[in-house]
Design a protein around this ligand. Sequence first.
Ligand code: PMP
Length: 453
Amino acid sequence: MTTQFDSVRENNGEYLWQPMTHPAESRRNPPKVIVGGEGVEIIDIDGRRILDALAGGLWNVNLGYSCEPIKRAIANQLDELPYHSAFRGTVSASTVELSHEIIEWTKPEGMARAFFTSGGSDSVETALRLARQYHKVRGDSSRTKFISLKGSYHGTHFGGASVTGNARFRTPYEPLLAGCFHVAGPNTYRNEFDESDPAVLADRCISALEAEIAMQGAGTVAAFIMEPIQGAGGVYVPHESYMGRVREVCDRNGVLLIADEVITGFGRSGSWFGSRLWGVKPDMMCLAKAITNGYFPFGACLVSEGMAEVFEASEGSTAYIAHGYTYSGHPVGAAAALATLAETKRLGVNDNASARGSQLHDGLLGLQAKFDIVGDVRGGQGLAHAIELVSDRAAKTALAGDVVARIHDAIYEAGVSVRVSGNKIILSPALILEPAHIEQIVDALAAGLSTAS
Ligand code: PMP
């Protein structure tokens, strides 16, 4: 093993720019090289087995690293038809099959058509573009603006970054798309209303959304986009009334509702979809990540029956979908997704996400009782959690970066990989975790937190 990886060790950090990484930092502290994955564990270049509390690092390897039916489906599809475009005129069989499967599954959300992409950012870009086009097809071309939530994350294309509500992902790339506006999100720990009651905060946020639409002029707003549970921004579970009321506001104002389910899709929230969790029928759903268990880059933008009717009833050239990716509906991705969806359903991972999510939440609350630096524990709705580390609980002062880094390293040393984002520790493990794995995660976090003082 050592000889085989010698050049990798030597080159590590030299020739690679990593996503979401400072290049200088990466040269000083080269990344840990991961060389294997088995079950819910990763194996690093030093041969250490680490429990992956992030499902692949990015909330996507929901069924773990050893899902044989998906691997076989990919291999078989590579043998049969490794690639063919899905642009006008031809399409692969697996792509057709997947569109049927996914629309059947999202019938309760009112979805009617699937447009396939290569990932989450592509799915969001597709939704934003189709939203504008929908209004044009209807003859309402003044509806072009987008509204979204502060603290949200919607990917890195210019459109997605423009609706993302976090300066970190926006500032280096500004100016972004004109006509994008942000309103307060239902984040009880930190919000501009200084309101910690989730129901009251939901009221305030709904009023803020209505006020923003009125200020912009409802006739100029194309769509509102939201994550049913804000994920990458720090796991904010809204009050149960929130998304349904957003739906009502959108309906009253002729604004489309886009559910960015890139994280919440396929069981992570304990429900199959975040929209289903809140009982909402959006106009579009953005999917990616767990759609192929992370084994193949793939995504989808689903559109509702109502939107589909408008496009399909129009003979005008405005309804021509002048949008698509070389890898839209990739046959291997579609085959991977078909196998993933079958396994996801067969294993009923949403129920396990719910049960293990509650267990993890209790464990984290236990840590909060023990460690003063745990300012906030978020999650409790499936397997998506964050803890926010502070040096002063009352003032909510973020814990210093070097202390957070020390904690992060100690957690890894204790055998668990977690993600650190600013002063937050984010947990998004595979949905097939067993109770003992949760105990292992909580123990490793305790070991890490105890290094702070
Ligand atoms: N939307 C949401 C809600 C996401 O969490 C992400 C990725 N974390 C994206 C969009 C972008 O997806 P991708 O990284 O696959 O482009």
